[in-house]
Design a protein around this ligand. Structure first.
Ligand SMILES: [Mg+2]
Length: 240
């Protein structure tokens, strides 16, 4: 676990560590999916593509409901055939072909949110930047590489690689320890209240909620430091 995180930290160059820090925060950490890009929309697009043959063979299938269910339950390719069979698709060969299409991680149409790269470039000279993402390496690593996030971040942490996942506070604490930044001087930006907000707060890290659809904050959730619809809105919060 530590070896894996240490491997990540090897990416940090000495000049990076010598960068001056200004303002209240020395480090700004980000979630990946649905924080730096709209992954749910992309996931829906990919599922719809995988289900093209199924929809043609079963025209009464409610594909919108199926896609919404698959996204909400985090159903990846291994569980797709079982889901299709639950929905009444009894052609097992058709299910297998849909699974094969879905298994293909083609992130080529995925795009960072507008302003994401400019925001990272703006913060890079003055702040340690990091990524903490939950998920398996086989899905998270290709996205990190596609967006060349290693050149903009000081540390990249994938939960499967380190053996700890959000909302456990230790994944934040380990990341910050390797950056040499105290939790009180770090800000985490994420879209998930359950994983990102609860994890950051348990670790003593300020949290900004990436909330592009202006969802209401449930009454039982602690208040984030701020909620934003666009990533560039964190700049005045950080530079205040
Ligand atoms: Mg997320």
């Amino acid at each position: 676990m530590l070896h894996s995180l240490a491997h990540q930290v090897e990416r940090i160059s000495k000049p990076d560590l010598l960068r001056p820090c200004v303002g209240r925060y020395a480090a700004v950490l980000f979630d990946l999916d649905n924080t730096l890009f709209d992954y749910d929309s992309y996931w829906g697009h990919r599922l719809r593509h995988a289900l093209t043959e199924v929809c043609a063979a079963y025209p009464t299938l409610d594909v919108d409901a199926l896609i919404a269910h698959a996204i909400s339950k985090h159903i990846y390719a291994p569980r797709l055939p079982a889901l299709l069979q639950q929905m009444g698709i009894d052609d097992l060969e058709l299910c297998r072909r849909a699974q094969e299409r879905y298994r293909h991680n083609d992130y080529s149409h995925l795009r960072l949110y507008d302003g994401a790269e400019a925001m990272l470039q703006r913060l890079r000279p003055t702040h340690r930047l990091g990524l903490i993402t939950n998920g398996p390496v086989f899905t998270q690593r290709p996205k990190i590489e596609q967006f060349r996030l290693a050149r903009m971040m000081d540390v990249l942490v994938i939960s499967e690689e380190v053996g700890i996942a959000k909302p456990h506070p230790r994944i934040f604490q380990l990341t910050l320890r390797h950056l040499g930044v105290a939790p009180a001087r770090a800000l985490y930006v994420g879209d998930s209240l359950r994983y990102d907000l609860m994890g950051a707060m348990a670790a003593g890290v300020d949290f900004v909620w990436m909330n592009p659809h202006c969802l209401p904050l449930p009454a039982d959730m602690p208040q984030p430091r701020a909620a934003i619809q666009h990533l560039e809105e964190i700049l005045p919060i950080i530079e205040r």
